[in-house]
Design a protein around this ligand. Sequence first.
Ligand code: PGA
Length: 243
Amino acid sequence: MRPIIAGNWKMNGTLAAVQAYAAALQAADPAPLMIVCPPFPLLPAFAQALRASPIALGAQECHARPSGAHTGDVSADLLKEIGAGYVILGHSERRADHGETNADIAAKVAAALAADLTPIVCVGETEAQRDAGEATDIVRTQLRHSLPESFEGIVAYEPVWAIGTGRTPSAADVTAMHADIRTALVTQFGDRGTKIPILYGGSVKPDNAATLLALPDVGGALVGGASLKAADFLAIAAGAPSV
Ligand code: PGA
């Protein structure tokens, strides 16, 4: 499978930065599939800057309903219309800051699929849950209840304690969790579950990317802070194994 390197800008970035960033990515012509997920208002500028480019565009969130009285929310159909092909759903910051439940996320995933967007669904345990030996159970439960029966897309394993902290799990822990996620996906979806890419996310940087991306069943990375600089994001992509 071609590695996938997705950049989650979170609530960062400016309109002024879009052109140079998009140009740097296009000029590099990276081997992995690269997906840029900026804040909503930057999507049209990115769509314009990346048109006719293999660099893909994603949003960080969508609503479960196609339209209606939902102040401040954005529908999957509109994201599709303005040029997004992907949408991150169930990020731990959404789960924590907005109280999103697994059921909420499953409904958003279904909406994304109905709009022909590819969902990137995040799962991962907190530090307390890992210390209590619950990491595997937590992630299995998130997968079982956040992914609807019709699921097709990407899963990202993001241990909450590794996000933005500069800490990453050991290679053995990432390997074990990705193997467990693969088993869960196959149990849930049969043959389809063998093909779902599983990204790792949480403090992926240029200096640890090659190690993390070489681990079994790590199909790519979901990158936060280090995706904000095009050079760092590209350096991470350069660490992906060639296929
Ligand atoms: P980080 O964020 O790379 O800054 O740790 C990853 C994420 O939250 O997707």
